[in-house]
Design a protein around this ligand. Sequence first.
Ligand code: NAD
Length: 497
Amino acid sequence: MKLSNTLTAQLDDPRLFRQHAYVNGKWTHGDGGREETVYDPATGEAIGYIPWLEAHQIREAVDAADAAFAHWRALRADERCERLLAWYDLLQANREDLATIMTLEQGKPLPDARGEVEYGASFVRWFAEEGKRTFGETIPSHIPNAALGTLKEPVGIAALITPWNFPLAMITRKAAAAMAAGCTVVVKPAGETPFSALALAELAERAGIPAGVFNVVLGEPAEVSKILCAEERVKALSFTGSTRVGRLLLEQSASTVKRVSLELGGNAPFIVGPDMDPKEAALAAVAAKFQTAGQDCLAANRILVHESIHDEFVEHFAERMAALTVGNGLESEIDLGPLIHRQAVDKAAAIVDDAISRGATLVAGDQTQAPGENFFMPVLLTGVTPQMKVWREENFAPVAGVTAYRDDDEVIAMANDTEYGLAAYVYTHDIRRIWKLLRALEYGMVSVNSVKMTGPPVPFGGVKQSGLGREGGITGIDEYLETKYYCLGALGSVSGS
Ligand code: NAD
């Protein structure tokens, strides 16, 4: 296996850049010699290589997680907390290197990558503490001379399959919850962004997380996922990614009746009420659309603006959008990095062409200005209708589509006209409108007058085909806990007679 000098040269601690899988506390080659190249999406240059493990090696990772489970679950919650907090400290201490690795493999601007390291680390700290609060219940007994209650126990091994758009935080949001609950994990990161996951493993080891508790496997996605889903010893599957793959994994998990949590695609409406200042709303909409170059499940996908302020809103949006800088995320003052690969650029172009062919107006977005083949210049379309792909599909690109609406009932129907139900944005100061929309929107998360909505205390997740279950918050750890009911009978009467 060749070593990449490009990446290691940019790190204070080159040992964070690992090009092996991590199984049972050991850095592992693929037995079959299969290897994948990982590219910097900004330059198209190879930045490293990863092995593809063979089927028996994936099972060995499950063996390791199985063997480690007995010890890890037996630790006291405060002992697991200490190790997770040590991991948190190391993530913070190595923030700069982790951000560099992320920008090189994912493309997002360095300040955004730093932000993701903070965000990802914050879940480790949150769940380290939450692990100490997995309280059972005492149940008032209906059975004479018996005590009833519940215990919370870790489900067992959790398989965690994650996407490339948030290569670090999507792992920690799952792994920290599972590990705090007493579970051991087998992580399968996206092949485009394995190095953030492997750096997490290196730091977990340094934090004193025992071998077998946190494993990272690499391989052909469908092959690895099939093995993990079919494994009876894997008791929980948590997946973040597209709805298409989520459906597949749900089906594959049926044979072993696993606990399945799914964080899938979004098609967020961004609703602007007639009372809003169009400039204020446009600035917020730009921020909600172009984060991570639009490759964000929370990205404002359909911007629905009241007809009375539509034209002014579009003007301000176009002006702000024109000021966005597009380039290599390692350079300073960059707002949008590249898309993850060329297929994503082609998909974005097809979505724009489809919209124009069906009558949308291209207000801005000149692709001849793109600084490289994986880059896509921000696009603003108006006159978007439900027949267009830009409405129906999650575009996962810097393509903003605006539609005018007449009244609240119409915008509610428009916003709910999708199979997705992850997040929605509402911009208005009218309290009656806020309450009406909040109740009527079929979304797992609704953010009113705020672009930022996520973080550790929040129950993150969607309804409809955006997923199952919630991550983060006080319920996020429940995805990894079983409730065991007990009935202690023949205790004698309360009076002791
Ligand atoms: P994806 O579904 O293509 O891939 C996600 C993971 O599944 C990766 O690890 C990938 O290697 C694996 N995978 C791909 N094909 C597979 C197959 N046939 N069988 C088994 N596993 C397979 O998604 P992506 O392109 O990496 O990520 C983008 C998607 O993720 C978007 O739809 C986005 O909305 C969603 N997402 C959702 C959230 C959320 O919290 N709801 C957060 C981030 C991303």
